[in-house]
Design a protein around this ligand. Structure first.
Ligand SMILES: *[C@@H]1O[C@H](CO)[C@@H](O)[C@H](O)[C@H]1NC(C)=O
Ligand SMILES: *[C@@H]1O[C@H](CO)[C@@H](O)[C@H](O)[C@H]1NC(C)=O
Ligand SMILES: *[C@@H]1O[C@H](CO)[C@@H](O)[C@H](O)[C@H]1NC(C)=O
Ligand SMILES: *[C@@H]1O[C@H](CO)[C@@H](O)[C@H](O)[C@H]1NC(C)=O
Ligand SMILES: *[C@@H]1O[C@H](CO)[C@@H](O)[C@H](O)[C@H]1NC(C)=O
Ligand SMILES: *[C@@H]1O[C@H](CO)[C@@H](O)[C@H](O)[C@H]1NC(C)=O
Ligand SMILES: *[C@@H]1O[C@H](CO)[C@@H](O)[C@H](O)[C@H]1NC(C)=O
Ligand SMILES: *[C@@H]1O[C@H](CO)[C@@H](O)[C@H](O)[C@H]1NC(C)=O
Ligand SMILES: *[C@@H]1O[C@H](CO)[C@@H](O)[C@H](O)[C@H]1NC(C)=O
Ligand SMILES: *[C@@H]1O[C@H](CO)[C@@H](O)[C@H](O)[C@H]1NC(C)=O
Ligand SMILES: *[C@@H]1O[C@H](CO)[C@@H](O)[C@H](O)[C@H]1NC(C)=O
Ligand SMILES: *[C@@H]1O[C@H](CO)[C@@H](O)[C@H](O)[C@H]1NC(C)=O
Length: 825
């Protein structure tokens, strides 16, 4: 991405430019220009270091300013080393949403300060800032990051696309982030602002414009006629207005732009402006909340319990109380202190309310107030409770569902799966109905098994005497910086030898083997072995909690190649985890070229036909280089290799051209030290969730603003390659706002069908509330389905324009977008 707007948004784009060097407007690619990405990263790191400095100093600590700012060095300086990963995640989210603006709004001038749309663009910024603040107030950090990223795109474009810099300014326009505040003397539509560029384009802004300090910006359009007389253009081959008088352009997107000589100046002012906007948020939120927004302090994951409260569950509830007490007491003030707490109770008759807090005292109080009540326990609203928790939990959280019976609300399965897949949750199910029946053999529990498998979680079958062991399991699964090294699922089991590499950064290596009964042998790099029957062996101790074997090693940081041999006819799953700063994150993306190169994050299943593209971010400090990124089929471990391209800043564009037919994992292998490649510097990580492709695409390009009490309209498109299809449509929102949508759609010969979701919010929605909207489409009568998930937020409006009745706005971030039209990969 570049500093320039539209096109340039990400490093990805840089890459594309190399391929399509003829698209000059975005030459950002060059190693000599700035991008939106590095402007955003630089501002976040500088401001975070500054906030940490003041925060730590206030607490009597000593802040040491790092020489070079990286997520690792800033986390370290903030005395929260383990925050490096969560800071990187926050940056990836903010920068990715910055890039998304080009994907979604390439022709909307107000998103880029094009076409002299100053008033509208300023309102986008001030509304955006208000939404970020409102979301932060309710601790909806994911929404706040998304909205922040989008808002920064527009803000940064001001400095590249307007003539602010040409007017001689070398600091940000302070009023741009203030609602309803004039930002300058804006040219009216009749004021001519440019002359045609000569050989040297730097002098094309009319002397009167400069003399009168008039603010203008370039016009950008695919139609050359869409420019009023005498106006400046943006410039570049994609901008057809730059070919008519006055020819040329004024953007400073890159060093080779029409005003490329001002590129670095504009980029520096854009960094300063980005920091000012962050400062504005900090002043409202306070230092601690600002740092949380950036993923700094506390670094560990949240604690999220979804728990049954029917009559017969008193034992379970009391166990969860002592588990909570244990975690709270043992983690206060440590790096393993949970970053947030979520609780959702459910019973056979209902579910909720949701408790969401960052204060352990509140959580302790709510947990201690739980009691068993309600009716019988034949079937429970467990998926409704889970759905409520997933919609509130930070993306990537580990969830613990405690239940004693089958789900009554099985129809929610596809929605729950959509959230698990698109937001990368892990769901662990603690089942106590094994007490009275056959546990996992009971087909009613297959649903829980499916959710755990899809999310890389465990299903723990608990008998009464095992209840106290839950503490060990939950506690061990919620320490900070856990990474997944290896995972397999076999059903049925067979004789098979697996191997994987553990690098020297890994500590607390643990094996979780889930099987009713099994036979395995583990061999360490130093060739010591232990069999499943040996509780105490040369490697360590093998604990069993019901159906789960936990291998705790004496030497739990042994680098090198490990082997595990299974000789078992029964089904099993194996998961190998440890603690490490080295990890990866990824999103499926759709890359497009027209009208500008860009990408959208695909928050749905990727398409079965065509290539699968991932944008991969490597977390960790020092040399950490992936060499082999593959999709591994869950069924038989068939490996689909990829072509890997380094796009800078630890990010890689990964293209896989043979698509797995069934469920698959993402596996990354690489090295951590280029000078010394050995088995201890090779690292291996695997994404814990099972992923799938779909023949159906669901596209929902959403709006950003939505006033309470009014109708929110979201058009969507469902498509497959084959025509004359009937689709079954389901849409759900977690706040139960009233909603209408077509329950089925029929496609013509092209396989495409369009529908609209209408959603009405009550007028009394709390500012900052977030709505998770899921739209699902299935082929009638088939198994295949796909979804689009959108995150929407309610925000207090600051600058309602004339004609708007309400002062409250709801901003929607169309996070999860499928295929855009006009794509050419
Ligand atoms: C942005 O990236 C470009 C190209 O890698 C580099 O020249 C420039 O210094 C970077 N700017 C910042 C602020 O990091
Ligand atoms: C273009 O003109 C500007 C201002 O007169 C000057 O600073 C710059 O060096 C010129 N660029 C070229 C490539 O001649
Ligand atoms: C949690 O609540 C229990 C019961 O009210 C109380 O005894 C305990 O001290 C609380 N723990 C913390 C850490 O607040
Ligand atoms: C568990 O193992 C026992 C004995 O080997 C067997 O009878 C039972 O069917 C197994 N249960 C499952 C769920 O595989
Ligand atoms: C399970 O809990 C029991 C009773 O507290 C304890 O004796 C046993 O060691 C525990 N097992 C594991 C694997 O933690
Ligand atoms: C897992 O929990 C047990 C009991 O709390 C503890 O002894 C053990 O060290 C933990 N293991 C890890 C890797 O945290
Ligand atoms: C484990 O091995 C024993 C002895 O070879 C065998 O009897 C048993 O069936 C095996 N268990 C499984 C689950 O395959
Ligand atoms: C898929 O990827 C391969 C290898 O990167 C590339 O050659 C091919 O053109 C791509 N196919 C499509 C349809 O994009
Ligand atoms: C890594 O381990 C494998 C298996 O133990 C061995 O064959 C290989 O030579 C080792 N490679 C290096 C670079 O040490
Ligand atoms: C997609 O369609 C192909 C051809 O009909 C089929 O083989 C495949 O199983 C479908 N994929 C999914 C995920 O249903
Ligand atoms: C999005 O919002 C704008 C401004 O409120 C409105 O004009 C436009 O029609 C909306 N678009 C959709 C698709 O609802
Ligand atoms: C779609 O639905 C229509 C109307 O119910 C029906 O006539 C048609 O056969 C269906 N088509 C398919 C492919 O199922």
């Amino acid at each position: 991405m570049k500093m320039s707007s539209r096109l340039i948004c990400t490093k990805l784009l840089l890459l594309l430019f190399i391929i399509h060097a003829s698209v000059q407007a975005f030459t950002i690619i060059s190693s000599s220009s700035n991008t939106h990405q590095n402007i955003t990263v630089a501002a976040i790191l500088q401001k975070s270091a500054e906030v940490c400095s003041s925060f730590i100093t206030q607490q009597g600590g000593n802040f040491v300013q790092p020489n070079v700012l990286t997520p690792g060095s800033v986390a370290e300086a903030c005395q929260s080393r383990k925050s490096a990963a969560s800071l990187t995640k926050a940056i990836v989210s903010i920068a990715g949403n910055n890039a998304l603006v080009d994907g979604m709004h390439v022709f909307d001038p107000e998103y880029h300060f094009d076409d002299e749309s100053f008033v509208q663009a300023q309102k986008l910024i001030t509304d955006g800032v208000a939404t970020v603040k409102a979301s932060l107030l309710l601790k909806n950090y994911d929404t706040a990051r998304e909205k922040l990223g989008k808002t920064l795109h527009t803000l940064q474009d001001f400095y590249s696309h307007s003539n602010w810099i040409e007017l001689g300014n070398r600091s940000p326009n302070p009023n741009l982030i203030k609602p309803n505040t004039p930002i300058g003397n804006i040219a009216d539509v009749n004021t001519e602002t440019c002359s045609s560029c000569g050989d040297n384009c730097t002098n094309n802004i009319l002397p009167t414009v400069l003399a009168q300090n008039t603010l203008t910006s370039g016009y950008f359009n695919m139609l050359s006629s869409n420019k009023p007389k005498g106006k400046c253009s943006h410039g570049g081959t994609a901008d057809k207005t730059s070919f008519v008088e006055p020819k040329g352009g004024i953007n400073k997107d890159s060093t080779s732009s029409p005003h490329g000589s001002l590129h670095f100046v504009a980029a520096d002012v854009a960094i300063a402006a980005t920091k000012d906007l962050l400062q504005d948020i900090r002043e409202t939120s306070g230092d601690k909340e600002f740092l949380r927004l950036m993923g700094i302090f506390p670094s560990s994951s949240g604690l999220c319990f979804v728990i049954v409260t029917s009559v017969s569950t008193a034992d379970l509830i009391s166990e969860v109380k002592s588990l909570t007490a244990f975690i709270i007491d043992s983690r206060q003030g440590t790096t393993n202190e949970p970053s947030s707490y979520i609780l959702v109770p459910f019973s056979d008759t209902g579910f909720g309310p949701l408790t969401q807090t960052t204060d352990f005292r509140d959580f302790n109080k709510t947990i201690n107030a739980l009691s068993a009540s309600g009716g019988g326990n034949r079937s429970e609203m467990s998926l409704s409770g889970l759905w409520l928790a997933l919609a509130a939990a930070p993306a990537g959280s580990e969830i613990f569902l405690f239940t004693n019976a089958e789900a009554k609300d099985v129809e929610l399965k596809s929605t729950v799966l959509a959230l698990i897949e698109s937001m990368k949750f892990t769901v662990n199910v603690m089942l106590t109905n094994a007490l009275s029946n056959t546990g996992l053999l009971n087909p009613v529990n297959q649903l829980y098994e499916d959710l755990a498998l899809a999310s890389g979680g465990q299903v723990m079958v608990l008998t009464k005497d095992l209840l106290t062991n839950v503490t060990t399991f939950v506690s061990n699964s919620t320490i900070s910086a856990l990474v997944n090294i290896f995972q397999v699922v076999r059903n049925p089991g067979r004789e098979e030898l697996f191997s994987f590499v553990v690098d020297s950064s890994v500590t607390n290596l643990q094996f979780y083997i889930r099987a009713n009964s099994t036979n395995f042998t583990i061999t360490s790099p130093s060739e010591q072995s232990q069999k499943s029957q040996e509780i105490y062996g040369s490697l360590g101790v093998i604990l069993t909690i019901g159906n789960i074997y936990i291998v705790q090693l004496k030497n739990s940081s042994q680098a090198g190649r490990w082997f595990i041999y299974f000789n078992s006819s029964q089904s099993y799953t194996l998961k190998v985890i440890g603690q490490s700063a080295i990890d990866f994150q990824f999103n499926f993306v759709t890359v497009f070229q027209n009208p500008h190169p860009g990408y959208t994050v695909l928050n749905s299943r990727p398409p079965t036909d065509g290539n699968i593209t991932l944008l991969l971010s490597i977390l960790g400090s020092g040399v950490v280089k992936p060499t082999d990124v593959s999709l591994v089929e869950a069924l038989d471990s068939t490996v689909h290799t990829s072509v890997l391209r380094d796009v800078g800043n630890g990010d890689y564009l990964v293209t896989v051209s043979t698509v797995p037919l069934g469920a698959f994992y993402v596996r990354v292998i690489g090295y951590t030290n280029s000078s010394l490649i050995s088995n201890s510097t090779i690292f291996q990580r695997q994404y814990f969730g099972l992923l799938r492709t779909s023949n159906i695409t669901v596209t929902a390009l959403g709006n950003d603003t939505w006033a309470p009490g009014t109708l929110f309209t979201l058009p969507f498109t469902v498509a497959t390659r084959s025509g004359w299809q009937n689709y079954t449509i389901t849409a759900r929102n977690n706040l139960q706002f009233s909603m209408t949508f077509p329950s089925s759609l029929t496609a013509g010969g092209d396989g495409v069908a369009n529908g609209t979701v209408y959603l009405t919010s009550p007028t009394n929605v709390k500012p900052g509330s977030e709505v998770i909207l899921t739209i699902e489409a299935a082929l009638t009568g088939g198994d295949d389905y796909n979804y689009a998930v959108l995150r929407l937020a309610v925000s207090k409006g600051v600058a309602p324009s004339a004609g708007l009745v309400h002062s409250l706005w709801i901003s929607g971030t169309a996070l999860f977008i499928n295929i855009l039209l006009n794509i050419q990969i």
